[in-house]
Design a protein around this ligand. Structure first.
Ligand code: ZN
Length: 436
């Protein structure tokens, strides 16, 4: 067996990719922001699959150095030419409005309007995604081509939005395990119609949570769907006493494109989740890689701030900002594919497998090698070639009570699953005690 090749997906696993894509497609059209109806509607749709609890934090609530902002509502927006034609229409794409724009309705000279219009001159057919959460402002986003086609001297503009006291909403789902030790899985829910960033992460984690329901686990699994930055801060502010219970965590975003996978380590760099993910992505050639922590990115910035320093890393396929579709209208449902979503799903499931099963077994016959052939152990691991016995030989050799299964996988270069299977067989045969 070539240990560098990832195990072939099962039929059931192929189907999960389609399922994740379908759920991502369902939430894709919604105009989300850090607050407002879009987040609640998204949580409602995700809540059809899991018993998702919605938490509402009122405007003005202090969360560390931040305050929950006013709630943003958007109904319509357009730029209209003198002949009555909408040259920009929010109903065609919710990226057309700078997210969190203040309301405005007036006639404006094209020269003045252009100061509030964002385009991508190098990608002239794409609409950029822009926000203005904490600076009161307004603006439009459009393709460079559409802007170039605007030849009138004045236009009528309208952003039918509202900023009013309300709530920030986040969703939480807990799968209770045998212990209170937690695995936190989280995805940001604040982007409008962008598929990879982050309908992919929201849909994947929702269906993963659903599939965990039937499974007994040692850890408690907490799923958090919160608006970027302010949402994770709101959760942290309300759950400070839970932070020490979190042994492992993953921020999940951009998990549907063909790149990567890319795992960004937690600030600690050597947490079990860091080692587990680095191991797993190293078995996904040619592009799987682990990169060191940096204080820029998604919500790992908050979880890994020095006052918390949680063991929380970031899983992505292509790293944010490195793909040309990033934060543009090209990040659509064609950009994410079921097979990539499925690979990401399996990767997280494998990480869960590691934290659930990792242990330090002890070889009960450590003097010399036990006679494997007499016990029929070669055939139990389903192989006869010279490589087939390697997982067993590594496990027997390193089962001194000091090495964990993950240590063995790292040292042998064999996929954790092969090491785990070998350990299970050897334990069943009475050659190994399971250790701790
Ligand atoms: Zn983003």
């Amino acid at each position: 067996m070539d240990a560098s090749v990832y195990p072939v997906p099962s039929v059931a696993a192929v189907r999960i990719g389609d399922e994740i894509h379908a759920l991502a497609a369902e939430i894709y059209p919604i105009c989300r922001s850090i607050t407002g109806a879009g987040v609640r509607e998204t949580l409602r749709l995700l809540g059809r699959h899991i018993d998702l609890e919605q938490h509402a934090v009122p405007t003005g609530t202090r969360v560390f150095d931040w305050r929950i902002p006013r709630e943003w509502t958007i109904r319509d927006a357009f730029i209209r030419s003198a002949d009555g034609r909408r040259v920009l229409d929010f109903k065609a794409s919710n990226l057309h409005v700078v997210n969190y724009s203040m309301p405005i309705r007036r006639y404006i000279s094209t020269v003045d309007l252009k100061r509030h219009v964002f385009t991508l001159p190098d990608q002239p057919d794409l609409i950029p995604y822009r926000t203005s959460y904490y600076e009161p402002d307004w603006g439009f986003c459009m393709s460079q081509r559409a802007l170039d086609a605007m030849t009138d001297d004045t236009y009528e503009i309208c952003i039918d939005s509202e900023l009013a006291d309300g709530h920030l909403t986040y969703g939480e789902y807990v799968h209770a395990g045998e212990t209170e030790r937690e695995f936190l899985l989280t995805a940001h829910i604040c982007h409008p119609s962008l598929a990879n960033d982050n309908c992919s992460g929201l849909a994947l984690l929702t269906l993963l949570a659903r599939n965990l329901v039937a499974r007994r686990t040692r850890h408690t699994y907490r799923f958090l769907f919160a608006p970027g930055t302010i949402g994770s801060l709101a959760w942290l502010a309300a759950n400070e006493e839970r932070v020490p219970l979190v042994d492992h965590g993953l921020v999940v975003s951009c998990v549907g494109d063909a790149g990567g996978p890319t795992y960004k380590q937690s600030r600690r760099g050597n947490a079990l989740i860091d080692r587990a993910m680095a191991h797993l992505v190293s078995h996904l050639p040619p592009n799987g890689k682990a990169i060191p922590f940096s204080p820029y990115g998604y919500d790992e910035r908050q979880f890994c701030s020095p006052g918390f320093d949680m063991p929380v890393g970031l899983l992505q396929n292509s790293a944010f900002g490195t793909f040309p579709e990033y934060h543009t209208s090209a990040d659509d449902l064609d950009f994410i594919r079921p097979e990539h979503l499925e690979r990401s799903y399996r990767l997280i499931m494998d990480a869960i497998e590691i934290v659930e099963t990792d242990r330090r077994p002890v070889n009960l016959l450590p003097k010399g090698e036990p006679q494997l052939g007499r016990r029929g152990l070669y055939s139990k691991l389903g192989g006869s070639g010279p490589g087939a016995a390697m997982p067993m030989l590594w496990v027997l050799n390193l089962s001194d009570g000091a090495h964990s299964l993950l240590d063995m996988a790292e040292r042998s270069g064999l996929h954790y699953r092969l090491i785990l299977d070998a350990a299970d067989v050897l334990e069943a045969e009475g050659l190994l005690s399971s250790g701790e």
